[in-house]
Ligand binder design. Structure first.
Ligand SMILES: [Zn+2]
Length: 647
C-alpha cells in the first residue's frame, strides 16, 4: 500500500500474551523488529516501532485465579518481565501498548460500534462445539473422531454442542475484496509460500466470524450490551491502531498508519493476513504494507512453548554474554521464514568463530598495532597502492549489497555478506603483513597506510552492523575516536575515507571474549536449576495412612499480616481457619510483604504443637515449597472457603 508520507516507517511485533513466559521465541521476533527499525532510522526514515502485550481472555483469568491474583495483577507482573527482557536485549521500541489500557479499550469499542452501525457486525446465534471444563468453544479445525465426538485440545475432555447469542463479523462479504487485494499486492504476505497458503484458504470461502463471548468476563465489554465481551483476537489486532494514537492523537496516527510491516510468527498468519485486512476494509482504513511471517526456534526439534515445558530462558545467556551475541546468532542462523533449531553448541560456535575470531580479532589486532607503532595517531599515510584501493572499492560494493539485503528484510544475508567483507579485511592484513613492515623504519608511511585502511574498514563495519549489534558496534565507534551513538548517523553519508588520518585511535578492549563451551554449559545448568532442597526418598520413613490422617490440614484465609519486629524473615499472621481465628508466625518475609498476603488463602496445619518464636506465639504452620532457601506459597482461588479440609 502507498503511504501519503514516504518518509515514515511503522513496524510492529505481535503483542505478547501475558499468559506466556518470555522466551527465545519472543526475543527473536522482537530482535528482528529492533534491527529493522534501527536500520530504517539510519537510512533516514521517521520510524515508529510498536510492541506490547495482549492481556484479556479466559486463560489469563484462569491462571491469575490459580495464582491467587487478579487478572490485572498477573498482567502487571508479566509486563514487567517482558520489559526487563527488552532492556536486557537492548530493544529500542517507540511505543508499548497494553490491551488493558483505556486508550486501547475505548478505541476497540469505537471501531466495534462503527462496524455495528454499518451492518458489518450483527447479532446472531452461534452453534459450536464447547468444552464445559475450559468454558470455551473449540477451534474450527478440531476434527470429529469416527464416532462423531470432538475432544477439547486443551484439556482433552469430550466437548458438547452448545448455542449462544453472539455478535458476528461479516467476513463472508470480504472474500472477493480480499482476493482482489492479494492479486494487486502479491507481496502483502512474505515469504511467498505463506501468501499462497492465505490465498487458497480464502478461495475456499469465508464464514462469518463470532467475535464476542458471554462466558468470558475478562475482556472489553460490547458497547451497549455488556453481557458480551469482545473476543480477544478482535480486541488484540486493533492494538496496531490504538498503539499509535487512533482516535486520540490524529496527527501521530495519520503520520504512521498504515503499518509498513506487521512482523508475526507463522501460527498467527490467518489472523493477520485474512481477518485483520477484512476488519480494516470494513472500517475504512488503508491496509498495511507487509505481513512478514518468521519461522520458529525449535528446541529438540519441537516448537518452544510453555505447555511443552521446553522454553529457553534468554536471561541465562544475556547475563553471561550481554545482548549482542544472541542478537547476532538468532539473525545469522536462519533466514526469516524458516525454522531453526537452537542448541548451545551451535550458539557458542558462532560466538567464538564469527564474533571472537573473525571480527573481535580484526579490531583487536588493528587497534593494538596503531597504539603500539603510532601511539594511537597515524598521521601521514602513504598514497593508496592497488591492494589498498581494492579494499576501499570492496566497501563501496558491499555497502550497496548489504543495504539491498536490509531493504529486503534478509538479515541473515546482511550478516553473510558482512562476514565476507570482514574476511577480506583480515586477508588484506595477512597479505600486507604490517607486523613485518613495522620492522623497517623507512616504511613508516606505508605501515600507516595499511593500518589506516584497516581502521577505516572497521569504522564502516561498525555502522553497517549497528542495527544488529548496537551495543558492541557503539564500542567500536568510540574506539575509532567517533563521538555519540551510531544511531545518530545517516547511511547516505557513510564513506570509507571519512576516518581522518590524524584522528586519535584508542587502545582496544576485548569486544567478544571467547567462551568455553564446557564452562558455559555447566554455569548455565547451575543457574537454570534452582537449588531445590529435595529430601532424599530413602532417608524418609514411610508413614501409614492413619498417621497421615492425624494431620489437620485446612484452607486458611489470611486476615492480618505484620512483620515481627527485629527480624528480617518473620511475619506474624492472623488467619481464619473456618472454626476460629489463629495467630501464626511464618518465615516468609523475605519473599512476601504483608500486603502480598492479606486476603490470600493457603494451606495450614492446624493441630501442630504451639511454639513461641521470637517471643510470639505460633499456633499452626503454613505450607510452602522451598526453592533456593525461599518460600513459595501455593494459594487457592477466591471460590475455596476458609476452613475447607485438605487431604
Ligand atoms: Zn477443555
Amino acid at each position: 500500500m502507498e503511504k501519503t508520507s514516504k518518509n515514515t516507517f511503522y513496524i510492529t511485533t505481535p503483542i505478547y500474551y501475558v499468559n506466556d513466559i518470555p522466551h527465545i521465541g519472543h526475543a527473536y521476533t522482537t530482535i528482528i523488529a529492533d534491527a529493522l527499525s534501527r536500520y530504517k532510522k539510519l537510512a533516514g526514515y521517521d520510524v515508529f516501532f510498536l510492541t506490547g502485550t495482549d492481556e484479556h481472555g479466559q486463560k489469563v483469568e484462569k491462571s491469575a485465579a490459580e495464582k491467587g491474583l487478579k487478572p490485572i495483577e498477573l498482567a502487571d507482573k508479566v509486563v514487567g518481565r517482558f520489559k526487563n527482557l527488552w532492556q536486557a536485549l537492548n530493544i529500542s521500541y517507540d511505543g508499548f501498548i497494553r490491551t488493558t489500557a483505556t486508550r486501547h479499550e475505548q478505541g476497540v469499542q469505537k471501531i466495534f460500534k462503527i462496524l455495528l452501525d454499518k451492518g458489518d457486525i450483527y447479532k446472531g446465534l452461534y452453534e459450536g462445539w464447547y468444552c464445559v471444563s475450559c468454558e470455551n468453544f473449540l477451534p474450527e479445525d478440531v476434527r470429529e473422531d469416527d464416532q462423531g465426538r470432538k475432544f477439547c485440545p486443551d484439556c482433552e475432555k469430550e466437548a458438547g454442542i452448545v448455542s449462544e447469542k453472539t455478535y458476528f463479523f461479516r467476513l463472508s462479504a470480504y472474500q472477493k475484496p480480499l482476493l482482489d487485494f492479494y492479486k494487486k499486492y502479491p507481496k502483502f504476505v512474505r515469504p511467498k509460500s505463506r501468501m499462497n497458503e492465505v490465498v487458497s484458504f480464502v478461495r475456499q470461502g469465508l464464514k462469518d466470524l463470532s467475535i464476542t463471548r458471554t462466558t468470558v468476563r475478562w475482556g472489553i465489554p460490547v458497547p451497549g450490551d455488556p453481557e458480551h465481551t469482545i473476543y480477544v483476537w478482535f480486541d488484540a489486532l486493533h492494538n496496531y491502531l490504538t498503539g499509535i494514537g487512533y482516535d486520540l492523537d490524529k496527527k501521530t496516527f495519520e503520520r504512521y498508519w498504515p503499518a509498513d510491516i506487521h512482523l508475526i510468527g507463522k501460527d498467527i498468519l490467518r489472523f493477520h493476513a485474512v481477518f485483520w485486512p477484512a476488519f480494516l476494509m470494513a472500517a475504512g482504513f488503508p491496509l498495511p504494507g507487509t505481513i512478514l511471517g518468521h519461522g520458529w526456534w525449535l528446541k529438540d526439534e519441537s516448537k518452544m512453548s510453555k505447555s511443552r515445558g521446553n522454553v529457553l530462558d534468554p536471561h541465562v545467556i544475556l547475563d553471561t554474554l550481554g545482548p549482542d551475541p544472541l542478537r547476532y546468532f538468532l539473525l545469522r542462523e536462519i533466514p526469516i521464514g524458516l525454522d531453526g533449531n537452537f542448541s548451545h553448541e551451535g550458539f557458542l560456535h558462532r560466538v567464538n568463530s564469527d564474533l571472537a575470531n573473525d571480527l573481535g580479532n580484526l579490531v583487536q589486532r588493528t587497534l593494538t598495532m596503531i597504539s603500539k607503532y603510532f601511539g594511537g595517531l597515524l598521521g601521514d599515510v602513504a598514497p593508496e597502492n592497488e591492494s589498498d584501493g581494492h579494499l576501499r572499492e570492496e566497501f563501496e560494493r558491499k555497502k550497496k549489497t548489504v543495504l539491498g539485503y536490509y531493504d529486503d528484510y534478509a538479515l541473515n544475508k546482511v550478516l553473510e555478506e558482512m562476514w565476507t567483507y570482514i574476511n577480506s579485511v583480515n586477508r588484506y592484513l595477512a597479505d600486507n603483513e604490517p607486523w613485518k613492515v613495522a620492522k623497517d623504519p623507512e616504511q613508516k608511511h606505508r605501515l600507516s597506510r595499511i593500518l589506516y585502511q584497516s581502521a577505516a574498514a572497521i569504522r564502516t563495519i561498525a555502522v553497517l552492523l549497528y542495527p544488529i549489534m548496537p551495543d558492541s558496534m557503539n564500542k567500536v565507534w568510540d574506539l575509532v575516536g567517533e563521538e555519540g551513538s551510531i544511531g545518530e548517523q545517516r547511511l547516505a553519508n557513510l564513506h570509507f575515507e571519512d576516518l581522518p588520518a590524524d584522528r586519535s585511535i584508542k587502545k582496544p578492549s576485548a569486544l567478544f571474549p571467547r567462551v568455553d563451551l564446557k564452562d558455559f554449559l555447566e554455569e548455565k545448568k547451575a543457574e537454570a536449576a534452582p537449588k531445590i532442597q529435595a529430601v532424599k526418598e530413602d532417608k524418609m520413613e514411610q508413614i501409614t495412612f492413619d498417621e497421615f490422617k492425624k494431620m489437620d490440614l485446612r484452607v486458611a484465609e489470611i486476615l492480618k499480616a505484620e512483620k515481627v519486629e527485629g527480624t528480617d524473615k518473620l511475619l506474624k499472621l492472623e488467619v481464619d481457619i473456618g472454626t476460629e481465628k489463629r495467630q501464626l508466625v511464618a518465615g516468609v518475609a523475605d519473599v512476601y510483604t504483608p500486603e502480598d498476603l492479606v486476603g490470600k488463602k493457603l494451606i495450614v496445619i492446624v493441630n501442630l504443637q504451639p511454639a513461641v518464636i521470637r517471643g510470639v506465639e505460633s499456633r499452626g504452620m503454613l505450607l510452602a515449597a522451598e526453592i533456593d532457601n525461599k518460600a513459595v506459597i501455593p494459594f487457592f482461588g477466591p471460590d475455596v472457603p476458609a476452613g475447607a479440609k485438605v487431604k
